[in-house]
Design a protein around this ligand. Structure first.
Ligand SMILES: C[S@@+](CC[C@H](N)C(=O)[O-])C[C@H]1O[C@@H](n2cnc3c(N)ncnc32)[C@H](O)[C@@H]1O
Length: 510
């Protein structure tokens, strides 16, 4: 799967006989003691720690082992004749797509650099912010963390690019050139290993392995945009640590990293997790076709898609069947015999709008309808905005607790980045009873785990968002059993369409 670094045997006195659940030497070394001390602190936030967090635990061992000089760059025991290069302190650590705060808390407990966290998922950003707040609010017992900022607002740049806010934020910290920027700064936490007095790093990036390699491409472009103009300044180096479950990482990740970095190391696997460590920043010059600009979406047949957008710029087959069914019933009245909307424009929401294709087609089907889309993925909400060609200069651009909106000032579609399973309201216009028609093509996966919980929660949100008499049109994989969940809250449920893979159900609210 991976291009492996040759595996080296640890020195005999450090060999982990019959124990492979740790990167670190078995004896009580500085790194191991640091892990033991921080375990109590982490358990205040994650009571089961380290159980349930194999990837964060691997990252913790790696960073602590390198800070103490017990592991080399690849996370292995150093050769007897060479000292391991110590972990360099960074001016800024950027954490991308942490799912629950564990990667952030691990890194911010070891490195004293300010941390900026950016998650594509609104739900994950909320979880990280909650974990950090919990840590900070724990009366100092879990504190001793570096400053952490979770980027939640929308891009304020002219193009409302979903990466502009995080780029602005990191560059702002870099321009401040805090005490860590020049290199060595002693670990802030009493138990943090001391860093070596050596030249510092401009940026350390910790990335949770994305589902698609094209999403990694966007994240590398983001790093390129952050670093543009930093070349030639002291400590202009970047180190990137990609952490993930082995089954979700492919060799294509190495290739993507090698376009931007001169060296990529692969850590030993631990509890089915692994790290890819990229060093020797080559910048945009090394990456084919790349420029130091922010990531841009791929556009195909008028459908825009940033790398992390579900399905890319393809049309989803389930969404296609849903549209056909909606079209067939549209003649029956507004939204297929949903109660009359009282003469005012039909208000339609696509819950989990993806790249915006379905909304674009719904606009053709119901001209004059007021359209809205919500997606938990920042990449998806921004892609839908571009697919629908929404002018980003209108209202709703402010980041809110729930997420951020992309809107036109002329009553055109409103696209919101928000967790559709969170309690309502999600901002102006996204209140209980605000819609006549909701379309829903729910995710089958939560991250990389197959689950129906999210779909059930989205059905509940759809019910709350509909006015009395409003209609939900849902498409599901035919083997799934959402009908009984629908029947528990909706007044009437019927099947509108079915093919080999998908079933479309219509459900009316009382
Ligand atoms: C199967 S895709 C459907 C995309 C689009 N509506 C279509 O039919 O082509 C599911 C979408 O739901 C989004 N999603 C997943 N969890 C969500 C949540 N909690 N809140 C809002 N959207 C969510 C995903 O990001 C993804 O874009």
């Amino acid at each position: 799967m991976f291009r492996q670094c040759p595996l080296r045997e640890p020195p005999a006195d450090r060999r982990l006989v019959g124990m492979s659940a740790s990167l670190l030497p078995r004896d009580r070394t500085a790194a191991r003691e640091s892990l033991e001390r921080s375990a109590g602190r982490l358990r205040e936030v994650f009571p089961e720690w380290p159980a349930g967090h194999p990837t964060a635990r691997l990252l913790q061992e790696y960073l602590a082992g390198r800070a103490a000089g017990e592991l080399d760059l690849s996370g292995r025991f150093p050769q007897p004749e060479t000292a391991a290069p110590l972990l360099r302190e960074a001016a800024v650590t950027l954490v991308l797509d942490d799912s629950d705060g564990a990667l952030t808390l691990v890194s911010a407990g070891i490195s004293s650099s300010p941390h900026v966290v950016r998650c594509d998922s609104a739900a994950e950003a909320a979880a990280v912010a909650a974990a950090v707040a919990r840590c900070e609010g724990s009366g100092g017992s879990v504190a001793a963390l570096s400053a952490v900022e979770v980027v939640r607002g929308s891009g304020q740049g002219e193009d409302r690019n979903p990466f502009s806010e995080v780029c602005r934020c990191v560059r702002g910290v870099l321009s401040e050139e805090g005490p860590a920027a020049g290199g060595f700064r002693k670990g802030h936490a009493e138990d943090a290993p001391e860093f070596a007095a050596q030249s510092g790093l401009r940026l350390r990036v910790i990335v949770s392995a994305p589902k698609q390699v094209r999403a990694l491409g966007d994240l590398l472009h983001l790093v390129g945009a952050i670093m543009a103009g930093q070349e030639g300044r002291p400590h202009s180096d970047v180190e990137l640590v990609l952490a993930g479950r082995e089954k979700h990482m492919t060799k294509a990740f190495n290739g993507e990293l090698e376009a931007w970095f001169s060296r990529v190391d692969v850590s030993p696997g631990l509890a089915k997790s692994r790290l890819l460590i990229a060093t020797g920043w080559r910048g945009a010059s090394g990456a084919v076709g790349s420029s130091p600009g922010l990531p841009t979406p791929v556009v195909r047949d008028g459908i825009s898609a940033f790398g992390a957008c579900y399905g890319g710029s393809r049309v989803d087959a389930g969404a296609r069947l849903l549209l056909e069914a909606l079209r067939a019933h549209a003649a029956e009245g507004p939204a297929g015999s949903a109660d009359d909307a009282g003469g005012s424009p039909l208000r339609v929401l696509d819950l989990g709008c993806g790249n915006g294709w379905l909304l674009r087609e719904v606009r053709v089907l119901f001209p004059g309808a007021r359209l809205a889309g919500v997606d938990d993925s920042w990449a998806a909400a921004a892609s839908a905005r571009m697919t629908l060609d929404v002018n980003g200069s209108g209202r709703g651009g402010e980041g809110t607790h729930e997420g951020s909106a992309f809107a036109s000032g002329d009553g055109g579609p409103v696209l919101r980045h928000a967790d559709g399973t969170a309690a309502l309201p999600w901002g102006e216009g996204f209140e209980a009873g605000a819609f006549d028609l909701v379309t829903l093509n729910p995710p089958f996966h939560e991250g990389t785990t197959v689950t129906t919980d999210t779909a059930h929660a989205l059905i509940d949100s759809a019910h709350a968002l509909l006015r009395p008499g409003g209609l939900l049109v849902l498409v599901q994989n035919s083997h799934l059993r959402y009908r009984s969940h629908l029947a528990s809250s909706f007044a009437h449920v019927e099947q509108w369409a079915r093919d080999r893979r998908f079933t479309v159900l219509a459900a009316w609210k009382q």
